[in-house]
Structure formats: C-alpha cells, structure tokens
Design a binder for this molecule. Structure first.
Ligand code: MRU
Length: 370
C-alpha cells in the first residue's frame, strides 16, 4: 500500500490499478507534468480504501490538516507536491511575476499542521529551488521534479534505516511499537515499522506488539492493517497496558518514529511515546527512535520549543462516531496529539545517515557534519 503517489493525467486508471497491488514501491513515480497527487484516505481505514486526488496547494493543505495523509515524512512529501502546485498556479496566473503571488498558498501549507518538521523542511527545500529558477523559465517542471526527488529520497532512506535498525536487534526479541510509522506514514517501508519489517524478514523477531494509540487509533487501524497485509502477526494492546507488557518480559525493544527531533536530541512523537520511554527504562527495555534526518530540527534547541498540536476534543469524547463520555458542557477533553521524550530516555537513534547511540547535541551536530 502507498500513502501517496503522483498520478499522471494520461495514466490515471492504470495507476489506480497499480496502487492496489504494488506493495512498497521501489521508486517514486516520475511522470509527465500534468497529473495529481493521489492520497489514500487514512481516516477511513481499515474499513474502506478510498483515494483523494489533490491538484492544488489548498487541496494538499486541507488533506494534511484533516489527516487524510499523516505521519511526518508523508506530510513532508505531500507538502513538496503542494509547493509545486502553488508555484505552477502562480506562474500560470501571473507569468514571470509568479514569485510575488505565492504567499497565500505557501501560508496555507505552512499552517496545515505544526509539529512534524518534515513539512517545514520540505517547504524550505522547495523555496530554495524556487529562488534559483531563472526569471525567464517555467518553474513548474523543476518544482515537480523536486517533489518526486523528496519522495524518492524518503523511500531510499526508509530502506537504509530498516537495515541499520534491524541489525541492532538480537534474534528472538519481542518488540513494541506506538502509532503508525509504516508505508502509510512515509514514502516507502516506514521508519520504526521499516525496522520491524526488516527484522521480521531477517527472522530476528519473536513477537510484534502495537499500542492501539488512542485517540486516533493509528496503531489499531493503520499499523495492524499494514502488518496483517504483510503477513506479520501483530498483537494489539491498550496504551495503558504497555508498562505491564514490558514487565512481563515479552519485549526487549520499544521502537518508535518521530515528528521532530530538537538539536539536543529531545523527541516529539505521538502522544503516549513519552510514557513508553519511561516504562522502557524502568524495565530494561531498549528504546529506539527511527527517523530520517529531515525530522531533525537543528534550529530548535530543545523539546521545550517544539510546537505541540492540540486537536478537537471530539477525538477523545467520541470513538468510532459514538459518544463515549457523558453529554454536557461540564465534560471537556485535553487532547495534545504529541508529547516530548527527553533525549536522556533514548537509547539509540537510527537515521539514514547512521546510528547514534544516546543522542545529544554533540552527536546530532556530528551527524550533519558527516
Ligand atoms: O498525528 P500523526 O498520525 O500524523 O502522528 C504520526 C506520528 O506521530 C508518527 O509516529 C511519526 O510521524 C513518525 S512516522 C514515520
């Protein structure tokens, strides 16, 4: 399955058929310049497999805000296509004065979700390219090619991280993961789930556990769906059961992704990750974070400065469209959708550039110098 793909206008029908059958694309789909960004609507999984075609920056921004597409690297890839659409539409409306007409679309994309830094990273990369386009050139093919490149690089990074992370896991280990970090959250195999897929294929894993990940249920709805499709047995647990699972001795590793890693190594990830890290240290379970370097934000000094998204109270007060809390204005909800795990609780960070044991400011700076 793919979270997103470029569908050329001419082969839209063929691409739909291909996306239904091809697991884990080996390359992003380069194509002609007319087409759309096709997103698998993750709000409907696992019950329904529906797609939404985006053809403008506003379409992409709405899809990100509404979580049609989610997961830090997938958000970054989608934003790169959104930036290309913004440039195309500004050029078509204003000709060579296109640069001054970009602002509204750019702002929509920038504000679509706050925590995953891959979004800002992708926009900054596209902006840098846009600034270098000669005044007499059509910028659209160049920006579209950049979006394809962002997509293809993420696929390659997933593969490298999968191999490096799996190599750290001793044969016979049980693993616990949180949220969804697989093909639905990235361009390829996934980050933490890419490590789990690779370690499973290597025969290293005895059992795979996934937190259901309240309130949006990324673990139950998405991770279990992906693993089942791959034939990897998975045992779901309520988030509150994670500490007891670790105490039972069934898992040796907790493996998670990240939405933003600050310069000092603090990790923002799906709400509940911090509790997993604390319980892991208490039970001698190793805690691995798997993230491409596009998730590392050297501009943000520590986790304290990472913007944490709060979403609608309805996500907590309802489950599957059904109210689960008493009615009435007295009952509200606190719904931060990410938390920050201080770097001291992270045993190992796996990136496409290499593995960092006990990440901190100095080791992250070295990673970028290499
Ligand atoms: O709110 P979401 O579903 O976008 O949150 C996703 C996560 O927190 C993932 O763990 C993170 O993006 C890493 S995904 C490779």
């Amino acid at each position: 399955m793919r979270a997103l793909e470029w569908v050329a206008a001419s082969d839209s029908a063929a691409a739909t058929a291909a996306s239904a059958t091809a697991a884990h694309a080996t390359t992003a789909t380069p194509s002609t310049t007319e087409g759309s960004l096709r997103l698998l609507d993750q709000r409907l999984l696992p019950g329904r497999t529906d797609y939404i075609d985006c053809t403008s920056a506003a379409d992409v921004a709405t899809a990100i805000t509404d979580m049609v597409v989610r997961g830090a690297p997938a958000i970054g890839i989608a934003a790169a296509y959104g930036a290309a659409f913004a440039v195309r539409d500004a050029y078509r409306a204003h000709g060579h004065a296109w640069r001054t007409a970009l602002t509204a679309d750019w702002t929509l994309l920038e504000r679509s979700r706050p925590t995953a830094v891959n979004l800002a990273w992708a926009l900054a990369r596209c902006k840098k390219l846009a600034e270098s386009v000669p005044d007499d050139a059509d910028p659209w093919p160049l920006l579209l090619a950049e979006a394809h490149a962002v997509h293809a690089e993420d696929i390659a990074a997933n593969r490298r991280m999968g191999r490096s992370g799996a190599a750290l896991i001793q044969a016979g280990s049980g693993v616990l993961t949180h949220c969804n970090t697989g093909s639905l959250a990235t361009g390829g195999l996934g980050t933490a789930l890419g490590v789990i897929r690779t370690a499973w294929a290597d025969g290293r894993l005895s059992r795979v556990f996934a937190d259901e990940t309240r309130p949006w249920l990324q673990g139950a709805r998405l991770t279990a769906w992906e693993l089942a499709a791959d034939g990897i047995p998975v045992e779901l647990l309520a988030d509150g059961a994670a500490a007891a699972l670790m105490r039972s001795g069934a898992v040796q590793w907790a493996i998670v992704g990240a939405d933003r890693i600050a310069a000092n190594g603090d990790v923002a990830n799906k709400i509940g990750t911090y509790a997993v890290a604390l319980a892991a240290r208490a039970h001698n379970v190793r805690f691995m974070v798997v993230a491409p370097t596009s998730t590392i934000d050297l501009e943000t000094a520590s986790g304290e400065q990472i913007p944490i998204e709060h979403r609608d109270a309805a996500e907590v007060l309802y489950a599957g469209g059904q109210r689960i809390a008493p009615e009435g204005t007295q009952v509200g909800a606190w719904n931060p959708v990410f938390d920050v795990t201080p770097a001291e609780w992270v045993d190992v960070l796996v990136t496409e550039r290499g593995v960092v044991q006990q990440p901190d400011a100095a080791s992250l700076a070295r990673l970028f110098e290499a």
